[in-house]
Design a protein around this ligand. Structure first.
Ligand SMILES: Cc1cc2nc3c(=O)[nH]c(=O)nc-3n(C[C@H](O)[C@H](O)[C@H](O)COP(=O)(O)O)c2cc1C
Length: 356
């Protein structure tokens, strides 16, 4: 791979990315009762595109009014007003020559009763995370085990929200299958103890993800993108390896690659870490099993890290550097010495302080 890989174009289906740098999805908890993010939060996304990002992901957008919401003030894309609010943002991102993707999110068991309008907490099995909820200081409640009816209802929420994203003009949607939220909860034996078709062997645990992908694909026009995000770590009980080893991970990637998706986004805690006791990174293990375009994220903060990460992936996503440094893309281009930001610095994302 040549020296200029970071600023070389990449063909993502019918979309030509001008470089390999993107804004990772970031929840901002800025949407009050109407589930529409604050104006400055929407403008922030457009500004990152103007400043050079080739692809911009939205915050995780909750997929229904019943059980999907896991944090206060999350966004939705289900009503005409919500759709209309995103239209100018998407247009600005596209006018800047970048690709706009809406991320679709269901929290599953990572929730508490007061946080979503219907107060329902559902998951593959009636098992709560071990740790306490840092936002409430209390244990996470034990979720209801999802029935077939619940599963179908949740799948419909993903479909309806994907339709909303298409109506708002987004270039694509991402199914959030990472970070220990609902889809991960099905994928991992850590949270899935079902004995029906949705539990047990990896093919069964993958069934829920596959049903969502196959239901969403037909409402996403062929010229738009459908991506899937996956990780081996979850936001609650963060130290737990959600999958048993490289074989299980690679088996999942094979299953995912057989689905009608356009890219896989692998989220890591630190991209350079060797995975599952092998001598390969998460991206390296993933690349071995898929020909799909691959995005990688996790502490990729400067030009050297970008070049290194792109040895095993096609696109680098950054959250904290993109959040805190409006000139990150240009700083990377110039090869500047750049800080590795701490998680605590990113807490500003959840305040009303407008970001540059
Ligand atoms: C403020 C904030 C909000 C986040 N919200 C989401 C989200 O909605 N969906 C998601 O997939 N990841 C989310 N993440 C995780 C990031 O996309 C990314 O995977 C993680 O921060 C590691 O990347 P980094 O080292 O470049 O920050 C969030 C991260 C931050 C800092």
């Amino acid at each position: 791979m040549g020296q200029d890989v970071v600023f070389s174009p990449f063909q993502l289906k019918s979309h030509r990315l001008k470089n390999r740098l993107g804004v990772a999805p970031m929840t901002r908890m800025s949407s009050p009762g109407d589930s529409i993010p604050r104006k400055d939060v929407l403008e922030f996304l457009a500004r990152r595109a103007t400043n050079g990002a080739a692809i911009v992901f939205t915050e995780g957008i909750v997929t229904d009014y019943e059980s999907a919401q896991g944090y206060p003030r999350q966004a939705r894309l289900l009503t005409q007003r919500q759709i209309d609010a995103w239209k100018p943002v998407v247009k600005s991102i596209r006018d800047a020559g970048a690709v706009a993707i809406a991320q679709l999110f269901h929290c599953g068991r990572v929730a508490w009763p007061e946080v979503n309008p219907a107060g329902r907490i559902i998951a593959p099995s009636a098992v709560a995370p071990m740790q306490q909820n840092p936002l409430t200081g209390k244990p996470y409640p034990v979720p209801d085990e999802m029935s077939r009816f619940d599963i179908e209802h949740v799948v419909r929420g993903f479909v309806e929200t994907a339709k909303g994203a298409v109506a708002a003009g987004f270039d694509g949607v991402e199914i959030h299958g990472a970070h220990g939220y609902l889809i991960t909860q099905f994928l991992s034996t850590y949270s899935n103890q079902r004995t029906d078709d949705y539990g047990g062997p990896v093919e069964n645990r993958f069934r829920f993800a596959r049903e969502i992908i196959r239901a969403v694909r037909p409402v996403v026009p062929a010229d738009r993108l459908l991506t899937f995000r996956i990780s081996n770590w979850g936001i609650a009980d963060m130290e737990v390896s959600l999958f048993g080893g490289s074989q299980e991970w690679q088996g999942l990637i094979r299953l995912l690659s057989a689905e009608p998706i356009d890219a896989i986004s692998v989220s890591t805690y630190r991209y350079a870490d060797k995975a599952f006791g092998t001598d390969k990174t998460m991206a390296g293990l993933t690349r071995e099993e898929t020909k799909l375009p691959l995005m990688i994220c996790g502490q990729i903060h400067d030009r050297t890290a970008c070049e290194d990460a792109l040895k095993d992936a096609d696109i680098v996503l950054s959250a904290k550097s993109m959040l805190l440094n409006p000139n990150w893309v240009e700083d990377v281009r110039q090869g500047k010495t750049l800080p590795l930001h701490k998680s605590s610095e990113a807490n500003v994302a959840y305040t009303e302080t407008p970001l540059p």
